[in-house]
Design a protein around this ligand. Sequence first.
Ligand code: CO
Length: 479
Amino acid sequence: MSKVRIVDLTLRDGHQSLLATRLRMRDILPILETFDSSGIYCFEVWGGATFDACHRFLNENPWDRLREIRKRIKNAQISMLLRGQNLVGYRHYPDDIVIKFVEKTAEYGMDIFRIFDALNDVRNLEVSIKTAKKCNAHVQGTICYTISPVHTIEKYVEIANELAELEVDSICLKDMAGLLTPKMAYELVKTLKKEVGLPIDVHSHYTSGMASMSLLKAVEAGAEMIDTCMSPLSMGTSHPPTESMVYALEDLGYKTGVDMDILLEVRKYFIEIREKYAGYLNPLSTIPDTNVLVYQIPGGMFSNLIAQLKEQNALDKLPDVLKEVPKVREELGYVPLVTPTSQIVGVQAVLNVLTGGRYKVIPKETRDLVKGMYGRTPAPIKEEIMKIVLGDEKPIECRPADLLEPEFEKYKKELEDMGIEATDENVLIYALFPQTGLQFLKGELEEEPFPAVVNFENVEGEFQVEFEGSIYNVKVKHI
Ligand code: CO
């Protein structure tokens, strides 16, 4: 029987999904050597929201974290999640920053770069993929999975072929909302294996309750790698439990090479961690959210909508907003609902309902999306929306980052002028997060206390909306 490689995400996606990305480095390091001896193929340990959360909330240098983790993981591979041209932030950075960031990360010993773009616009992945390849890293080209009339199996094969042309080493099928059904997992992996042939890693959030089934069907169809999290940080909005998947696969005759006894020791450790971090855990994120099956809206986006409506005292409008979301999504080219497009669609839908007129109020983010500033949407933006939003202005045709001026030297000089040591690491912290990054470098931030009570707002971003002459801030959580 064939081999299945286990990719454990506990130290990145696990705590990002369930504990608001707040796992402290001091709570990660003590278990690493044991964890590393378990036979797990790869640990995802960095990237996604960790870079932001580390410096902003934990007063921790993200580079130190990476160095300390790498030191302790000697057998397994380590991986990170990179948001293409957005790196580990929320906007497009110029190429010089992207190249520097990827080179520096590779220098710290990153083995696998998992690189995605919210729109699956492969042009937004080119620079980071090419740089990581040049650094001899394993590049995992990522397909964001979503459901829409234009997201057919052929479309996914087309994206995978574009990634293969960039010489990625493997493909990650990333189901951020838990929409991948067992049937689709099987058909999609089977077709990708046949048409593209690269090794496949399946990433499916447990949100809808289907992920374990989908991973199993994906393995049956030939997927070589699956993404899991240790049981104390599994399920809910996270991933299927590592231990259960290993046990079930071994029982079916697959070889994972993972030692269950060691996993149980690691489990004991993370049970304590879960208790310690209970204040960050939203009880609702721990159970399947079957809304997603009906509305096809990721759990994080669902709670964003509720929070925004509550703020406006308009929770009774939720049914209207839920009807508006798919309409807006269609008009905006069937974008996958992941950061940042999930927030753009969500905020626009709320505004369309609350202001009593569709596209009466248009945030800058919607305008930018329509203008092509995030990349090419999966389907063209609807003509009439294009007119309402842009007027006579024309959308851009090029890769968005082609319009950006280099920034690294500018930020470097600014740090030097402020008397802050301008190492590459520091310049990158500052360039990626000019506000909080600078505060961090100046030593003005403190580690936030552990919340005593359950806190599940965890606002991470803001939209500025101008309406009837006033500026409103719409708070959103990244998903
Ligand atoms: Co994920």
